[in-house]
Design a protein around this ligand. Structure first.
Ligand code: HEC
Ligand code: HEC
Length: 289
């Protein structure tokens, strides 16, 4: 499925072996030529190392960093809610291992994909200008690069926000819907600040049944069924009702489906968050041990 990533991992293993073999050979060759023919990996600058790794892993052309920087806030505004802050997946799939992303170079494939989306599968179509979608594509390529190419990888410190400002934001924007109880001990509930951030922005539904998406389906004879959605397509809906029984209903004409997402209101709030708000809120919540 994710061939390039698998090949990448294999290639990385060979690279390590090759570097080891090379460094062992070095003393026996002894001539000055060696250094001129090929600089050892250890002697390379970080940029050279990244370049060598990129070529070796077949990562494709280098992402355009300026375009990626323009794409970052666009991604946060339009995509992060479903695909995660760093595109590593949330309710939507990880885009680091996506064939759509790995098969793209500079947006040729991704831009048309994003314009169409796959609405039947929960991936909306985006009417943004092509130039902006291209910037988002570069942002995604840079994320792949940062995961695959350890030569360029820099650990992103998520706790860069201002906790006091974060507290102000939470008081002003979160307490309309939440009580202090929601946030009690939230700072010690997750393994890492990154996980904490991911989870307050988009709480994991599987950990918490009350966040499940439910639907009420009404068929033409008037019978209604309500339950947790386990499968949803344009053609069919599968529900598990409160007694645990599974219902599969074809979405024929006359069948009405009403979907309730407990996180809908929360999601609306997320769409208004700026990057700074996000970092400040995470910094504040992390203090609530
Ligand atoms: C409301 C949630 C949601 C939003 C917002 C969203 N996506 Fe998606 N996206 C999904 C889901 C769900 C899928 C899986 C669709 C499928 O199964 O084919 C998906 C699939 C994708 C894929 C294909 C993954 C693959 O390899 O199959 C890409 C690429 C993608 N999204 C990029 C984006 C980008 C870029 C944005 C923002 C411009 C975005 N998405 C916004 C939910 C979302
Ligand atoms: C417009 C209403 C609304 C706003 C504003 C809002 N949320 Fe939510 N949020 C919800 C709803 C509804 C849920 C799901 C049910 C619940 O937990 O009450 C939820 C769930 C959560 C959860 C998961 C709770 C759990 O039990 O798993 C966290 C964490 C959270 N929100 C954090 C925040 C933070 C932080 C803010 C402000 C930056 C915020 N929310 C703003 C409506 C909102």
């Amino acid at each position: 499925m994710h061939r390039r990533v698998l090949y990448g991992m294999l290639a990385a293993t060979f690279l390590v072996l090759a570097v080891l073999a090379f460094s062992q050979e070095e003393p026996t060759t002894g001539s000055q030529n060696t250094a001129q023919q090929q600089k050892t990996y250890q002697n390379m600058t970080p940029e050279e190392r990244a370049q060598a790794t990129r070529a070796f892993l077949g990562l494709g052309p280098e992402p355009d960093k300026a375009a990626a920087a323009r794409g970052a806030p666009l991604f946060q505004q339009n995509c992060a809610v479903c695909h995660g802050q760093q595109a590593r997946g949330a309710m939507g799939p990880s885009l680091i291992t996506s064939d759509e992303v790995l098969g793209d170079t500079h947006g040729e494939q991704l831009v048309p994909y994003l314009k169409k989306g796959r609405p039947g599968k929960g991936m909306p179509a985006f009417a943004l200008p092509s130039a902006q979608l291209k910037d988002i594509a570069e942002f995604l390529h840079l994320q792949v690069e940062e995961v695959a190419n350890r030569g360029t990888y820099q650990v992103l410190n998520i706790l860069i926000g201002n906790a006091t400002k974060g507290q102000g934001y939470v008081t002003a924007h979160c307490m309309a819907c939440h009580s202090t109880e929601t946030f009690a001990h939230i700072g010690s509930s997750f393994h890492s600040p990154e996980q904490l951030q991911r989870n307050w922005i988009w709480p994991t539904r599987s950990r918490n049944n009350k966040l499940a998406v439910t639907a009420t389906v009404k068929v033409p004879d008037g019978t209604t069924t309500t339950g947790h959605i386990t499968q949803l397509s344009d053609f069919r809906i599968a529900l598990v009702d409160s007694s645990g029984q599974r219902h599969v209903i074809n979405r024929e004409p006359g069948v009405e489906v009403e979907i309730k997402d407990p996180l809908a209101a929360h999601q609306e709030m997320i769409m208004t968050l700026s990057n700074d708000d996000m970092h400040n809120v995470t910094a504040y919540l992390a203090t609530l041990k």
